[in-house]
Design a protein around this ligand. Sequence first.
Ligand SMILES: Cc1ncc(COP(=O)(O)O)c(C=O)c1O
Length: 395
Amino acid sequence: MSNWQELEHKYFMHTFDRVPVTLVRGEGARVWDEDGRQYLDFVGGWAVNSLGHCHPVVAEAVAEQAHTLIQTSNQFYTIPQVRLAELLIQNSCLDKVFLCNSGAEANEGAVKLARRYGKLHLNGAYEVITATGSFHGRTLAMVAASGQSKFQQPYLPLPVGFINVGYNSIEAIKAATTSQTCAVMLEPVQGEGGVNLPDDNYLTAVRAWCDQMGILLILDEIQTGLGRMGTLFAYEQYGIEPDIMTLAKGLASGIPIGAILAKDRASVFTPGEHGSTFGGNPLACAAGYATLRFIIDNDIAGNAKRVGQHLTTGLKGLGQKFQFITDIRGCGLLLAMEFSSDIAQSVMMACLDGGLLVNRLKPNALRFMPPLIIGNQEVDEALGILDRALSSIGN
Ligand SMILES: Cc1ncc(COP(=O)(O)O)c(C=O)c1O
């Protein structure tokens, strides 16, 4: 164990079971550890490094903005946040934006917005229906929203107003809807919960139900948005539009940022009802603008789709070769490999030995979220390492 890792153990609260590697540098889809060893990065900062590590357009935007204006507070107008807001609105189905600093914060704000809508238009309705297996963040309210008891149990009692119902069941949503319901909040594809795809027509049925009941549909596109699924936003693939959408992760390719986007009719905050000290700061917004501009101008979503198909084909090939692989699923460059037993940790460590970083999604599943700028060659390299890692585990 390196000295840095010992010091981490000494000073940090033990919330992360880290892989024993200390990363010191990154470029594109590759990172280097403190001993100079190189790795192909298919973790991508947990689906954050959309343009890879230290992409020149992001690094230059951050450097230039850092020499110009870093933070002012939202007491004043600043240009980078308006440029980013305009780009987000011009390229989505939403009309207004609020900028914050993380995914959980964006979702908290989205729920507050839905509650305001409920107060103003739905006789004070405040409940939000969410799905089992979902993940919406780590604040107390988002732990209540996330339909996974392992995140909830340590913190009971939880804030009220969240109803977790079975994923992929429109009937469950219908049964849970009452006069107190103001919104349904879903990830288009559940990321952290297992890379779980929606059944055909599930999201269209949810959209129709929300319309029928006059309640809001919040789509958490924090993991699926910004090109990862092969379109700029996942909702485009399901033929629906949300009333509220949240973004974070890949929006600034590594610089912390979050965003709540809403249709005009759902943009009901008035001055003082929501806010943030750092939200929309020029530094993060310059990074966000540079990232989003690059994603749009270079059809990075199209690249994610094409390379994602190549990766899927390769993973399915491994699925044929190794009997203990039970499923390959996902979309674009958000993919999972499931095993018949709890070998994900061993496979992840064997990949690490071979020079590939992957995410242990569950005891029996890995997740792949590489930068969206990778090419087929890097995918082939990763598949080769994964193949050798799987072979070392046996069949
Ligand atoms: C779908 C989704 N929502 C919300 C979050 C929380 O984002 P953050 O960790 O930036 O608060 C995550 C993080 O993994 C996520 O995947």
